[in-house]
Every structure is written in structure tokens, then in C-alpha cells.
Design a protein around this ligand. Sequence first.
Ligand SMILES: Cc1cc2nc3c(=O)[nH]c(=O)nc-3n(C[C@H](O)[C@H](O)[C@H](O)COP(=O)(O)O)c2cc1C
Length: 438
Amino acid sequence: MNDTPLARLDAYLPAALPGGAMGFVQHLSLSAADVDLPRPLPEGQDTPFDLVCRDDLRIPLRGVAGRPHALPSGLFRQRVVLGALEAAARTDLTALLSSLRKAAHLALARDADVEAASIASGLDRYRLPHDALPELHADDVDTSVVLLGRRLRSPVVISAMTGGSSRGGDVNRRLAEVAQAAGIAMGLGSQRAMHETRALAGTFRVRDVAPDVLLLANVGAVQLNGGLGVDDVRALVEEVGADALCVHLNVLQEMVQPEGDRDFRGLEAKIGALVRALPVPVVLKETGAGISGSVAARARDLGVAALDVGGAGGTSWGYIEGLRTREPHHRAVGETFRDWGIPTAEALVECHAAAPDLPLVATGGVRDGRQIAVALALGATAAGLALPFLRAVERSPDEGHRLAERLAREVRIAMLCAGARDVAALRRVPLRPSQEVR
Ligand SMILES: Cc1cc2nc3c(=O)[nH]c(=O)nc-3n(C[C@H](O)[C@H](O)[C@H](O)COP(=O)(O)O)c2cc1C
């Protein structure tokens, strides 16, 4: 068996073989499939088979079977190296893989320990000085902020996560209801799956339950090298009725992902072209490895409307990608990069210094309202949370509402106890170093 790491699917996909035989595929890529079979295929033989995805979707594939390995279950596992695919089969397989990958990400993020292990967001390194005599009524404290021209009642963004699977669609609707009720912003997950499979568009549509929310569409920057053009992106934004577009940067994730993209050249020019062509503001967003001051300055020169610093200290995408396979060396790569990146507080300070006029969203390991207040005092306009909102709404819609309410309450307490009537005043409060950092 060769060592190409294949993506591990959440569940077996049946493979219909010639003569009515059935196999089961749990590891798959665009170039190979591991098929578990009751009787092995002749080694070296070119074999056609159909991947049975749904009642209405069978993907015709063919490939050469490798050496069979007996499994404890009595089945035989064979790696089938796929031959050149027909265009339609290639499109279907690509779409299937990205939809399955998103579903696996969601399940892992919900159930596994997926956060950085030994690096923290750095927000707890600061504390707001306590004002014992604030001369304020709690109701006087104005926690609202304006982000991308829209007022948020509380400085919170539900960060981009999902869409592209039925589970993801349910999660998006729950998140959207929370955002609408709390007056906070919401990001949709990468709309790549929707671009590849039009039938998945509904899993990203939330405007009916969140008519007033600042809604952020989402595409991956590297997808701009994979055939996603300006007109495609414009259509994705319009179809979901978004107010702005997040272009996410996820170099580390792509590099750890076995089937990830590898060509990151020329993206700056393509992001610049998007900024010029789209009718909505463009936000450049990292996904947990952070944006440095020098990247912030380049982003400002491209004309982006805001940055989401997406720093290290929270959900670790290098690590999640490692968890997706059972291949030990591949898992080790994920471990190695679990704590890679610029911590959120550091990214915030650097970006604010390099591009002081650019609105910043502080995301990456933000877990409470005190940290949100610190992030605002460090120069952020709002703070984003992904994992906590996912886990909350997966428990129940009510838990999502309670999390948003708790964060809003904690921000208000922190502001009042720091003597800050509004966010402008909070920004003038001199932060102090925390004595003890756990
Ligand atoms: C399950 C899950 C899926 C995600 N998918 C996306 C995505 O599609 N696009 C994106 O820009 N960021 C995505 N992210 C990254 C988050 O938006 C955020 O930047 C990151 O998780 C750090 O925040 P956290 O520590 O609060 O989770 C995802 C995060 C999670 C947990």
C-alpha cells in the first residue's frame, strides 16, 4: 500500500463493483480510494466501480487495485489508484470530498479537543484597571460598536464556520437566530461547497431568520487560484444576501491537509481585484494562525475594509487536519503544528500599529466578555468566537442565546468596572500587564 494520505470519511460509502459485488470506501482522495471488500480484486487489474453517495448520486470511477490486506473483520482492504476521471465525475468527486471534509470538521470541532495546547490567545496577559468609583449607571454603558457601517448591540461576531452539509445548514440557522436576537454579527462558513454543488446553497441561506444581522459571506483566498473568479464570488455574496465578504487565509490548514491546496502565489493581486470589483466591503480573515503587522500593511494597501486577525490560542486547524486521518505520520504533522501561529493579542497589537485606521476583529481563543473588553482596549472593533458558539448551539438553540447574553453581560460589567461609558472611552483606558498568566 503506498503512503498517500487519504481523507477519512465519517461513514463508509458503498462502492458498486462489476457483477453486483459491493465494497465500502472510508478513505478517499481525488487520486485513490481504499476499498474494503469481502473478496479481493485481482491485483493490478483496472476495475470500474460506482461510488454510491446518495440515491440520486452515483459517481462512476475506475482504477487499478493494489495488493490486498486482510482486515480483522474478515474483509480485504485494497488501495485503488484512480485513473483519469471524466469531467463530470471529477466535479462530483471534488464536491463530495469538500462537503464530507466540512462535515468531518464540524464533528471533530464539536466532539474532540481541538484547541491549541500550549499557546494562548494572550488576552489574559492584560487587565483593565478597576475603577472603584465609576459614577455610571449600568444602563448608561453603551456596548455597541459600528463594524463595516452596521451597528452591533454588543461587540461580538459569530465567526465563520459552516454550511455545505445538512447538519451545517441547521447549525447556520441556529447561529443566525442567536445573532438576530442578540444584535451581533455572523459569518457563514466557506461557500466553496455551494459553488461546487448548487444544491447546497440552501445550507448557507439564513436571511429569513436573520434579516437585520451584519452577515458575512466567506470564501478561501486559495480558491481564487482554483478557478473561483470574481463573478463567481459576486454571485455567492448576492445569493446569501451578505453585507460583506470575508476572504479567509488558511495556509497552515491547507499545508497539513493531505488533499489541501499548495499554490499560494498571486493571491494578493486576486484579493485586490475582488476588492475593486465587489459591491460589498471585503474583510481579510485568518483562521487561527494570525495576521502579522506586515501582512496587515499589505492588506490595507489592497484596500480591504477590515481585518479579522484570527490568531493562535483557540481552535487549531493544523491539529484538526491531523485528526482527520489515522495515518500516524500524518497525525504527527498535525501535532507538530497544533500551537503554530501568532497569538491573537500579539496579532492585534501588531496589526493596530501597522494599520491604525483599519477596523480589526479579534478572533482566536476569545472565550469570555472580559477578554473581549481587553481586545477592544487593544484596538479591536469587535471580537469573534467560533468554537464556543458551535458547541453551544449543538447543545441547544437556547444555549446559543445564553452564550450571547452572557458575553454581552460580561462586556458591560468589564466596561463599567473600568469606568468606560462607551467603547471609545474603553480604548483610552490604559491596560496593565496581568501579574500571573496561567
Ligand atoms: C467547525 C469550524 C469551521 C470553520 N470553518 C471556517 C470557514 O469555513 N471559513 C473561515 O473563514 N473560518 C472558519 N473557521 C475558523 C473560525 O472562523 C475562527 O477563525 C477560528 O476557529 C478561531 O476562533 P475560535 O478559537 O473561537 O474557534 C472555522 C472554525 C470552526 C470551529
